[in-house]
Structures are given as structure tokens and as C-alpha cells.
Design a protein around this ligand. Sequence first.
Ligand SMILES: NC(=O)c1ccc[n+]([C@@H]2O[C@H](COP(=O)([O-])OP(=O)(O)OC[C@H]3O[C@@H](n4cnc5c(N)ncnc54)[C@H](OP(=O)(O)O)[C@@H]3O)[C@@H](O)[C@H]2O)c1
Length: 226
Amino acid sequence: MNIIISGASKGIGKELAIQAAQNGHSVLALARNKELLQSLEAKNDFITAISLDLISDDCSKTISQWVDNNGRIDVLINNAGQLINKPFLETSTSDFKGQFEANVVSAINLIQVVAPFFMGKAHIVNITSMGGIQGSSKYPGLSAYSASKGALSVLTECLAEEFKQKGVSVNALALGAVQTEMLENAFPGYEAPVSPAQMATYILEFACSGHKFYNGQILPVALGNP
Ligand SMILES: NC(=O)c1ccc[n+]([C@@H]2O[C@H](COP(=O)([O-])OP(=O)(O)OC[C@H]3O[C@@H](n4cnc5c(N)ncnc54)[C@H](OP(=O)(O)O)[C@@H]3O)[C@@H](O)[C@H]2O)c1
């Protein structure tokens, strides 16, 4: 399959790109950090890694060139994200905007560029968080992050409806704790029960086959809380 993965320079996204390539898929890996992307590309024949900021850069040329070389897009995994951990009263409007740009607008930008290239069955997987699910446990300091992930979840439901006639399924995976830099920032010292590689295995399997069973769903993927 031909798979686009955002946020592939580290954490879960990097493991996703590596495992997808190891399974013979062609991968377009996107993130900002050039050096990390270069070393990812250098070690994996099936990965094309491009440095761009999904909030501010126009990614249309990158996507159309990759489609020219690969023929089609089967899967888009919107995994890029950022987290700030601050009490609500200290979280500025610009902090809030930053979280919504990183966690919602980045996915919107990519979907708008990628969607016209889908031909036949395709799957968009948005990576959200347990914190963005209605009724889940909430934690002080994560209001901007959790609210932005909630927005991405609702966007998922809306787009599933809008794209279903085209054969494009849209689902969200609401992740629980995975041992990455982001988790350490959210819950310093907490040890997650799941590694990035383990979570990537699950996400990849879901991204390649979950659209046969789900559309417009927000599925929790969590052993516990956080
Ligand atoms: N770890 C957890 O416990 C957990 C739990 C629930 C949900 N999640 C979600 O899972 C996803 C992956 O998280 P992670 O823990 O692997 O985080 P991470 O290690 O911090 O990785 C985040 C990735 O997003 C990329 N990114 C951030 N802003 C970007 C931008 N403007 N443009 C392009 N790329 C950007 C980063 O790369 P650059 O800095 O190179 O751009 C990096 O590759 C996130 O959406 C996160 O919210 C994680």
C-alpha cells in the first residue's frame, strides 16, 4: 500500500514509518526535523521523508510529486501532534491557538491536499487521545491539548459522512499512554504500559484493514488511564 504518515520524525510516527516500510509498503514520512527524517530515510528503502511544517507550509507539491511516483494514496495517518502542559489560567490564547493549529489545523491542511488524490477505497486515520473523548478521565494542565484532540475526533465523524460516497473511510484512534517524549511532558515520571513500537503495530494494522469494518468511529486504544 502507499501510506502517508505525519509526525514521523520520532515517537509513534517514526515507528509507524519503519514498520510500514518493513512490511513492504511505500511510505511518505512528514515532519519538521530534517536531521531525524534524513536518518529515517537513509535506513529504510521504502521511505521518502520530507521536512515540512504542516501548520504553515504548503504541502501540495510534495504530495503531487509522491503520487506521480507511486500512482495513488491508500492510507493517510494524521499522527503529528504537540502537547503543552499548563494550568488553564496560565494558558494564553496563543497557547490555545498553537495547540489547535498543531493538532487540528495540521490534519485539516493535509487532508485537503491529499483527498483529491484518493482513487477508490482509502482510509484516513486521525490519531487523537483518550483525553479528547467525552466522559474519559481528565487531567489538570491538559485543557488545550485535550480540547484540540476532541475537535479532531468530531472532525473525524464529519469527514466520514462527507467522504463516504467516494469510498474514503475516516476513523480516529484515541490513544492511551505510550512511552514517548510527549507522554513524559504530560505525565513526568509515569511509565506507560505500551511502547511506541507496540502501538505502531496496532495502528498500522488498523490503518491497512480497519476501514473494512469501521467508518466515522472514534476508537479508544488504551489499557488504562492515563
Ligand atoms: N504518547 C502518548 O501517550 C499519546 C497518547 C495519546 C495520543 N498521542 C498522540 O499520538 C501522536 C504521536 O505522539 P507521540 O507521543 O509519538 O509524540 P512525539 O514523540 O512528540 O511526536 C510528535 C510528532 O509530530 C511531529 N510534529 C509536531 N508538530 C508538527 C508540525 N507542525 N508539522 C509537522 N510535524 C509536526 C513531530 O516532529 P517534528 O518536531 O520533527 O516536526 C513528531 O514527529 C500525537 O498526535 C499525540 O497527540 C500520544
